[in-house]
Design a protein around this ligand. Structure first.
Ligand code: BYC
Length: 312
């Protein structure tokens, strides 16, 4: 009975801190479900950064010139750094790196569905920069205000770097659409046709299907729902894409004067769940590449462990 009262009291204090806009730090009391939700979300986010290196990394050796190659190498390297910040943030909640990597490599952990699509042409690198990093920034600007200190601080730094990623992608698309050859313009349109729907899915299922949003919003981890963020992103990007002479691959797209929103047609959620459950176009290749990288790095981990033992 006393234990129950004390838990209720702790929960009330915890929620009052969040209501006052205070950050929760690693050693602070927190409900088990808050910890579980954060580990789930942060570790999935970390995996997304690391798996997300693969579709773009595949184009480093095919970049059309030295400048583009240097920019792409810097971007892909940034994503590895983001993975590191995020794994550390999850470790601050008690998750171990081994557990998280095991969950990823065994196929138990989720990571952003978008990275299970192939980058078929060079312009896909530009679309990943503009639309995928753009969607990620939209979500992460919200998470930069989240209630858990280490996650929110990681997001501030990551968003600054992602803004550079977004701009380099947009710069390429603008160049191809304004001064490109007819082939470059066609390649750019083809890329948009393939990336538009998967990018919309990045924001997660519709609010009515989103089982985690309620508790995440209650505790200030998310402050906006999946549909709200998706709509904000659509409203920001559609006019810019149309201004470049691109066509959105959605016959139902129209501006709704009443709501002030760009209204889209249905999203293919069956495809989304297929991809999330491991059956997307590139799921198997992505996990095989991460497994190979993990196995290739074994000697480094062994050497570090041996050095630590020797010097302790
Ligand atoms: N993909 O209840 P819901 C980047 C899962 S990488 C896969 O709405 P929540 C970049 C969801 O996990 C940036 N799974 O979930 C890197 C849940 O399943 P579980 C990546 C998805 O958490 C390299 C179930 O569906 N950003 O920028 O409220 C190169 C029900 O969903 C997805 C982040 O990771 C999805 N798209 O909301 C370039 C941001 N959507 O876990 C760029 C952090 C949903 O209950 N994460 N699911 O089994 C989040 O903000 C939220 O977790 C989500 C989903 C908005 C993604």
């Amino acid at each position: 009975m006393q234990e129950e009262t004390s838990h209720k009291q702790k929960l009330a204090e915890f929620e009052a801190r969040i209501a006052r806009g205070e950050k929760i730090e690693p050693g602070d009391w927190m409900p088990d479900e808050y910890r579980r939700q954060l580990i789930r979300m942060i570790s999935q986010h970390a995996h997304s950064e690391v798996v997300g290196m693969l579709p773009e990394g595949a184009w480093i050796t095919h970049a059309p010139n030295l400048r583009r190659k240097l920019v792409l190498m810097a971007k892909v390297q940034d994503e590895a750094g983001h993975g590191q910040y995020l794994y550390h943030a999850a470790e601050s909640l008690g998750a171990t790196r081994e557990e998280m990597l095991d969950a990823l490599l065994s196929g138990r952990a989720k990571y952003a569905s978008i990275f299970n699509y192939p980058t078929l042409t060079w312009v896909d690198v530009a679309w990943v920069g503009w639309l995928v990093d753009g969607a990620a920034i939209k979500n992460q600007m919200m998470l930069a205000h989240c209630s858990y200190g280490p996650y929110s601080r990681a997001m501030v730094r990551i968003c600054a770097e992602e803004t550079f990623h977004y701009k380099q992608g947009k710069e390429m698309i603008v160049q191809y659409m304004t001064s490109g050859t007819p082939e470059q313009k066609a390649m750019t349109q083809d890329g948009l046709n393939r990336w538009w729907q998967p990018m919309l899915m990045m924001f997660g299922p519709h609010d009515a299907e989103s089982k985690n949003t309620a508790v995440l919003m209650r505790w200030g981890i998310k402050t906006k729902s999946n549909d709200t963020l998706r709509q904000e992103f659509i409203n920001e990007e559609v006019p810019e894409l149309l201004a470049l002479g691109l066509t959105l691959p959605d016959p139902d797209l129209k501006f709704n004067e009443e709501t002030g929103n760009w209204q889209i047609g249905p999203i293919d959620w069956d495809e989304f769940w297929r991809v999330v459950k491991g059956n997307g176009p590139m799921n198997k290749e992505r996990l095989a590449a991460r497994t190979k990288a993990h196995n290739d790095g074994l000697w480094v981990r062994e050497a570090l462990a041996a050095y630590a033992e020797k010097t302790s």
